[in-house]
Design a protein around this ligand. Sequence first.
Ligand SMILES: [Zn+2]
Length: 359
Amino acid sequence: MSAPTRLKPGVVTGEDYRALIAACQDGGYALPAVNVVGTNGINAVLEAAAKNRSDVIVQLSNGGARFYAGEGMKDALQARILGAVSAAQHVHLLAEQYGVCVVLHTDHANKGLIPWVEGMIGHGEEHFRRTGRPLFSSHMLDLSEESLDFNLSECARVLKRLAPLGMSLEIELGVTGGEEDGIGSEDLDAANNAHLYTQPEDVLRAYEELSPIGHFSVAASFGNVHGVYAPGNVKLRPEILGASQSLVAERHGGGAKPLALVFHGGSGSEKEKIAQAVGFGVFKMNIDTDTQFAFAESIGGFVLENEAAFRHQIDPQSGKPLKKLYDPRKWLRLGEQGMVRRLDEAFADLGAAGKSLAG
Ligand SMILES: [Zn+2]
């Protein structure tokens, strides 16, 4: 194995992004892709990555992007586009200061959200004209509920726009169970359904149609489910990922792991299955539900212990001012710290701690 590549700290795109994926797959580790909805989340992710000396992926769902722009903004499509752009600009401005490499990505976009992706690409093209670099490292297009023909032809069309900017596309084959931001279904009976397990033949077809156009990654389904459910409801079968890698490698070469694989619905997964998935070439594991809970739990504990400060400006018993307790910096910071602690665990589970390529 050659010495790991060194990259400039900050947002990574294009060749640097591909080098980062290769380093993950060669080194047998993966990066957490953390959903954020505001600057508190972004700053906590950057802080956690710096603390763990790991690179990291910051991502926004369409709902997260809309929230970032402000729920009061009337035009929902514009809010989704501009919220994501604003978050990306925040990361571009700060990431370098944290001394790690940061991938910027957007999460699930189904058929109805194609205009959201196209809107962000428009801003990406504008950013590229100004700086010679794209705004985001990659976007996701999740057309797994459509026919495979439509899924792949749309992905090809969008990738043709992304490739000249040095951007990558994440696609979904097979369906991640559960529901996230109104996309997908809560129906857990689906856990036994064959479409929850991606077919290697579909992955091979995607590889043959998309790799001549540009770089892409695959969110493959191996029983993974969004959200956290009671144990026993989900049966993860990471070996399905290995079957797709082998089939593509057998037909087209590209080493043992020709595919860049993504693990959706990582929250609440058994550590052993996470490690197996990473061994089969998963370089990115999405985490949302667990970091949401970590943020809420830390703030919730503080609010319950300091109830008076969330009802009165002056303590009705002691007559003392409570400003220091209800100052948002006090409790939002606790939320950030809770998120950092949960991410410490994610960096360890994924084997990413200490492996930052920034230098
Ligand atoms: Zn997902």
